[in-house]
Design a protein around this ligand. Structure first.
Ligand SMILES: Cc1cc2nc3c(=O)[nH]c(=O)nc-3n(C[C@H](O)[C@H](O)[C@H](O)COP(=O)(O)OP(=O)(O)OC[C@H]3O[C@@H](n4cnc5c(N)ncnc54)[C@H](O)[C@@H]3O)c2cc1C
Length: 465
């Protein structure tokens, strides 16, 4: 097989698809996407049965194709908020996206193809079905769309040992095994663990049958502040609350106190310090339900599950053979260090505006199509790694705000941002004279300068950009 292509995209997950979709809309180029999995969709191919987007479908996916109908949910934990697709719906959507891209005749998608390395005659790619290795000649650029590859419980290497007579399952197997368990021990601090606990509670498991093993406590975004379209004023109110808190905070602890006081961030247990921030959202209903779980173990990380005890980095607690231990410990979003997005012959897809993965990948496609000079492209798209700890929050937020200020001087870029369905603030202009949007915009404009300046002093440096 001799392949030539303008762009070779490694990884056909959310990032690779959103980038390719945006690039071919703006430039007359040929794109080849490869992925070592059997289908496009990245980590969504391994979604647990009750996984949903934690953000609204309205601004997730690729630029050219809406996801969902922008309905407001009427019942359940998400009542009053914009719909959120299930894992299955996201996967179907990416399947549709992939077919649409191929129908343009300018995009080729090769599942079960793995990128090996750079060879003398092109990029070395292995067909995983036949084992054959091919060279792909790349006329313009190699696009690394797996730099932020997600780690999920179904496929990660479990970071603890389990005795053969202990019941331990990845979160994907929780529904199938729940009936036979007397009680549950959920391992993990993040979104997946919160989802597992919520699923158990929603399925009638009493809170005192759930133990939550949390090495760290997490700050959660309040979902109210991430509602787009007709509720976009709330997003703006949330941004204003962030800049107000940042402009006046005396130190990191004070900053998070202010964010909690404003309602922007929540933690499950207000009496326990939270040190983790991963950009995960909860609604007030989910938060209240999760607070019913009182058996929380904070003894560090699980090292070994034995038949009758959990051995952890800071101690041990008893367990039983009839307890179902649920592994939710995968990292999720990659903690990859920052590196330049645009390099000679290569694009490394990374975060630019915080917590907006598909918007960012599409933005990079647009910038690649319209700017020549890599240093200009990098100025407009400085990498902004995902946050893991509270100490990362100041750097992440101030980088977003500074970058967005730079965009204001670029009418073409601003035009794309304002039209993009992936821009969570897209509906702001039509609601800007309504409340709460109007006051929030005023407050943001007053506080963003001091906020960036103050966060600069509280920031931990990201790896070299
Ligand atoms: C559980 C979960 C829920 C999420 N929910 C949301 C949400 O609600 N809203 C939101 O905005 N974001 C959400 N995200 C984040 C977002 O959807 C994406 O997960 C994130 O951008 C990562 O996507 P990706 O394409 O970069 O990585 P992946 O989905 O991990 O895809 C990377 C792909 O690269 C392939 N690959 C790796 N190495 C090679 C190689 N050498 N050769 C060929 N192929 C290779 C892999 O097989 C994989 O398919 C969520 C993430 C997770 C994990």
């Amino acid at each position: 097989m001799a392949i030539e292509t303008d762009y070779l995209v490694i990884g056909a997950g959310a990032s690779g698809l959103a980038f390719a979709d945006s690039l071919i809309a703006e430039a007359d180029v040929e794109v080849t996407l490869i992925d070592r999995q059997d289908a496009p969709g990245g980590h969504w191919l391994h979604a647990y049965p009750f996984l949903r987007l934690h953000s609204p479908s309205a601004y997730y996916g690729v630029n050219s194709l809406p996801l969902g109908q922008d309905r407001i949910d009427e019942a359940g934990d998400n009542a009053g908020f914009y719909e959120r697709a299930t894992g299955e719906e996201v996967l179907d959507y990416f399947g549709e996206v992939a077919s649409g891209l191929e129908r343009t005749g300018r995009v080729r998608i090769l599942p079960a193809h793995e990128h090996l390395c750079n060879g003398t005659d092109g990029e070395r790619v292995r067909d995983m079905k036949t084992g054959d290795v091919h060279d792909v000649v790349v006329r313009q650029k190699l696009v690394d769309a797996r730099y932020l590859e997600a780690s999920v419980p179904a496929t990660h290497i479990r970071p603890f040992e389990a005795a053969p007579d202990a019941q331990v399952v990845p979160v994907n197997d929780l529904p199938a095994n729940a009936d036979s368990a007397s009680s549950f021990a959920v391992f993990g601090s993040g979104k997946t663990a919160a989802d597992a606990c919520t699923w158990l509670l929603n399925n009638g498991v009493e809170p005192d049958r759930i133990r939550w093993v949390r090495p760290r406590d997490m700050w959660f975004d309040d979902r109210t502040y991430f509602q787009p379209l007709d509720q976009v004023g709330n997003i703006m109110a949330g941004i204003a609350a962030d800049t107000e808190a940042a402009a006046t905070a005396t130190d990191l602890e004070d900053l998070f106190d202010r964010l909690e006081e404003s309602g922007r961030l929540n933690r499950i247990d207000r009496s326990s310090p939270a040190t983790m921030y991963r950009g995960t959202m909860l609604s007030a209903g989910e938060l209240e339900a999760l607070r019913l779980i009182e058996d929380v173990v904070r003894l560090g990380y699980v090292e070994r599950v034995e038949r009758d005890r959990l051995v952890m980095t800071q101690g041990e607690v008893p367990t039983r053979a009839d307890v179902l231990h649920v592994d939710c410990t995968a990292l999720g979003l990659a903690n990859a260090p920052a590196r330049p997005v645009f390099e000679p012959g290569r694009i490394v897809i990374q975060s630019v505006r915080h917590n907006s993965p598909t918007f960012n990948a599409a933005l990079l496609g647009f910038v690649e199509a319209h700017w020549e000079d890599d240093s200009e492209k990098n100025r407009l798209c400085p990498p902004n790694p995902y946050s893991s700890t509270t100490g990362d929050w100041p750097r992440m937020m101030s980088r977003t705000w500074q970058t967005e200020q730079d965009w204001l001087n670029e009418p073409d870029l601003m035009g794309w941002v304002s039209r993009s369905r992936l821009n969570l603030l897209g509906a702001l202009p039509e609601h800007a004279v309504e409340e709460p949007a109007q006051s929030a915009v005023q407050s943001y404009l007053t506080s963003v300068g001091p906020a960036v300046e103050r966060l600069g002093r509280l920031s931990q440096p990201a790896s070299a950009a």
